[in-house]
Design a protein around this ligand. Structure first.
Ligand SMILES: [Fe+2]
Length: 184
């Protein structure tokens, strides 16, 4: 499950229902999606798409996407530094950006106009869609591993803000350690 933090407000959300409501208020759609069968870490793209077929098809049709595919990032992915470098600078798109995490973890930093930055740490089963025009940047956790289903449009323009705000936020991935800490 995701962990959502708003550092400037000292707020943290860990319950999916709370996260869903809070993110809706800033133009971001969040859901927990359950696969129709357990997926191993070595599942093929076809197996992944099949396991989430009903949710993927429903969302694609409802939001007018052209298609979806599986992306796979590891420390060995050619050009990984360039790929992550582009994602990790504050930007926005002229279409919504929708992803389902299926392996690994990452952090989506969301910067709604005139509001505090919201940090959403995502893990497998987390679906997140950042609305059109909402500024954001994305980083992987230390293991630099991510498999995700991404929804595709025929054309999606990306605009960089050049604000440099991302330099003020260290990617802090808490993961399971956060829950262990809470139980102390
Ligand atoms: Fe983006």
């Amino acid at each position: 499950m995701a962990i959502v933090k708003v550092p400037h407000l000292g707020r943290t959300f860990i319950m999916p229902a709370q996260i869903e409501i809070f993110l809706t208020g800033i133009g971001v759609e969040y859901h927990r999606w359950l696969s129709s069968e357990p997926l191993s870490s070595h599942a093929s793209p076809a197996q992944i798409l099949d396991a989430y077929k009903s949710q993927l098809e429903s969302y694609k049709i409802a939001h007018g996407f052209a298609a979806y595919d599986v992306i796979d990032l590891t420390p060995e992915t050619p050009g990984i530094d360039d790929i992550l470098g582009q994602c990790s600078k504050e930007h926005w798109h002229d279409q919504e950006e929708a992803r389902l995490i299926v392996a690994g973890r990452g952090v989506c930093n969301i910067h709604p106009a005139g509001r505090a930055v919201v940090i959403a740490e995502l893990e497998p089963g987390d679906f997140l869609s950042v609305g059109r025009g909402i500024r954001h940047w994305f980083e992987l956790c230390a293991e630099r591993r991510l498999r995700a289903v991404r929804f595709l449009d025929a054309q999606q323009e990306t605009s960089y803000t050049q604000s440099g705000i991302e330099n003020e936020y260290e990617p802090v991935c808490l993961g399971p350690a956060y829950f262990a800490h809470r139980q102390l």
